[in-house]
Design a protein around this ligand. Structure first.
Ligand SMILES: Cc1cc2nc3c(=O)[nH]c(=O)nc-3n(C[C@H](O)[C@H](O)[C@H](O)COP(=O)(O)O)c2cc1C
Length: 208
């Protein structure tokens, strides 16, 4: 299985989402899956933000693009290709200010490309990522699980769901480790344990 593994925490060794991502990969391997991992660390290699040149080039038909437009889109083309070649994707990230890290938003802006990750057909938009298994692994300081007073502030889950549905991901899976930073040690430990349990379940499903 070709796995695209993307990390987005600004933290390195201290990061919970990175550690949980590594745990998930270990569980996949423990299930006997042979992984070919393509790793992308958005904290080290943040995709470029949208520029005017990008905005014009991306909506110019491929055959009408100038050489300069092609160069403007080259890095984004590579990110799209890496995604399209994957059989499965693990996107690990912390919640920052109720949504995603800006590097991951820039990533989405780079991989949402007409005639590459989605087709504009007479019948409407056809996302090209329908083949891939997708897991979003998020870490949160607060407890935004359904039923909690702050649950409505989770703008991360719907944003990820919408952006990836547009490019064809119909059934993404979510494992959200919460509450971490703003919890007492016992609640934090339980949250990590719960997340590891859910990751094990997903690993078993992917291997089945
Ligand atoms: C800049 C910043 C913004 C954050 N915003 C939120 C937030 O809006 N809601 C929340 O629950 N936690 C928030 N947190 C806490 C992180 O989501 C939490 O510590 C998470 O475990 C970090 O994941 P990591 O260890 O992989 O970096 C924020 C942390 C930082 C550094």
């Amino acid at each position: 299985m070709k796995l695209l593994h993307v990390d987005a925490s600004a933290k390195g060794e201290r990061s919970n989402s990175r550690a949980l991502g590594r745990y998930f990969i270990e569980q996949l391997q423990a299930q006997g899956l042979e992984l070919e991992i393509d790793y992308l660390d958005l904290a080290r290699e943040a995709p470029a933000a949208v520029t005017e040149a990008f905005a014009i080039a991306t909506y110019t038909a491929p055959q009408a693009r100038t050489e300069q437009m092609r160069q403007t889109l080259a890095a984004s083309d590579v990110l799209c290709e890496r995604l399209l070649q994957a059989d499965a994707c693990l996107f690990a990230m912390p919640m920052y200010n109720w949504s995603m890290p800006s590097s991951f938003k820039a990533y989405i802006d780079n991989i949402t490309r007409t005639e590459l990750t989605y087709l504009n057909t007479a019948d409407g938009i056809v996302g090209q990522l329908s083949r891939q298994k997708v897991l979003f692994l998020t870490s949160r300081g607060a407890d935004l699980r359904p039923g909690n007073p702050m649950a409505w502030m989770d703008a991360l889950t719907p944003a990820l769901r919408a952006a990836f549905a547009f490019i064809g991901v119909q059934h993404p899976q979510f494992v959200d480790a919460q509450p971490l930073q703003f919890a007492d040690p016992q609640a934090r430990g339980e949250a990590l344990e719960r997340a590891r349990g859910e990751l094990l379940q997903v690993a078993r499903q992917w291997a089945a």
